[in-house]
Design a protein around this ligand. Structure first.
Ligand code: ADP
Ligand code: MG
Length: 321
């Protein structure tokens, strides 16, 4: 864009809570074919709440799924000399104490939910983030894992007794996490997030304009599809269980055929994708690294401001030329 065009664009947009970085952004924001949204913290508020605490003893009956019954799993997994299965409070104490080491929205939901339920927490003695999978910590005198199926199976713990419970929670659009204590599956936690108010109409408007709307998330397939359905995003346009290091590859893949993609994200894990996309948009309350990697910042955290970026880009160029 010419300096004049950039100036006009920046002036209009600053007043509208949209900040452009650099002089080419307006021009690049024309002719966008696809808008790719991160889910958590972008389409949703990213303020998760703890909704479910399910100990092993309260798991949904997996018999219909061809899995073992709780009785059978009791008999095979735990000998009589081992502690009784953890109850809700024990699971929350261990999981929330472990999650105090993490800044992930899931961690905040688990810690907040435990506090709300009056559970006493301690600090983890050691803590390790397993990006895209969960956390591993030494807390309350136990080895604690909180995360997805892969986290547990990588640690040699079979997550299948929780399958039916996990699937039910995920179909409700919740993020379900497994908790293991000292090498034993202890229970399932679930968190839920609210979609941002304007997300649905934004998806509609973009689609009406002939722009492909996509979702790119590290969350599991079932949860991602439930949220996509709520927003009117085509299930074929959902890329789920994408590891942080693979988000940029997913953008490259989308752009391979010449598609001009705009990526909208908030997280540390979105930063490479924001850089790799034709245009990157960061949510204003997102992480510093996302904002640094993006070409545009949406100061109001409002997905509808994506439309403003497209409109300003079109209007500015028309006005100048
Ligand atoms: P997103 O793209 O939705 O921000 P992430 O890549 O951060 O997702 O996380 C992917 C998945 O890894 C989560 O859905 C969750 O199952 C698991 N996970 C990540 N961080 C944590 C954590 N602190 N505690 C438990 N599980 C976690
Ligand atoms: Mg996010």
């Amino acid at each position: 864009a010419t300096p004049a065009a950039t100036m006009v664009g920046s002036t209009i947009s600053a007043r509208n809570g949209v900040l452009f970085k650099g002089s080419d952004v307006l021009e690049q924001s024309r002719g966008i074919d696809a808008v790719v949204f991160d889910k958590t913290g972008t389409l949703t508020h990213g303020e998760m709440e703890l909704t479910d605490v399910v100990p092993v003893a309260a798991f949904d009956d997996p018999a219909t799924d061809g899995g073992v019954t709780p009785e059978e799993s009791d008999a095979t997994d735990r000998g009589p000399s081992i502690d009784p299965p953890a109850d809700e409070d024990a699971i929350l104490t261990a999981a929330a104490s472990a999650e105090r080491g993490s800044e992930h929205p899931i961690a905040q939901a688990i810690v907040g939910g435990a506090r709300d339920r009056g559970v006493e927490l301690s600090s983890p003695d050691s803590f390790e983030n397993v990006p895209g999978h969960g956390i591993r910590a030494s807390a309350t005198g136990s080895e604690v894992l909180v995360g997805n199926r892969k986290l547990l199976s990588d640690a040699g713990i079979d997550p299948t007794p929780a399958a039916t419970t996990m699937e039910r929670l995920e179909r409700e659009g919740k993020t379900a996490m497994l908790v293991a204590i000292d090498g034993e599956l202890a229970g399932v936690l679930a968190t839920a997030d609210r979609v941002r108010e304007s997300a649905k109409t934004t998806v509609e408007t973009l689609t009406d304009r002939g722009i492909d709307v996509m979702m790119l998330t590290g969350d599991n397939e079932r949860t991602a599809r439930a949220v996509a359905a709520e927003l009117g995003i085509d299930p074929d346009n959902v890329r789920a269980e994408v590891l942080p290091e693979d988000k940029a590859d997913a953008i490259a893949e989308i752009q391979r055929d010449g598609t001009r993609a705009m990526m909208v994200g908030d997280g540390v894990n979105d930063a490479p994708a924001l850089t790799g996309a034709h245009v990157g948009l960061a949510i204003g309350s997102g992480t510093d690294v996302a904002i640094e990697s993006a070409d545009v910042t949406l100061m109001r955290d409002d997905p509808a401001d994506v439309l403003k970026v497209l409109n300003v880009a079109d209007a500015t160029i028309e006005k100048v030329y």
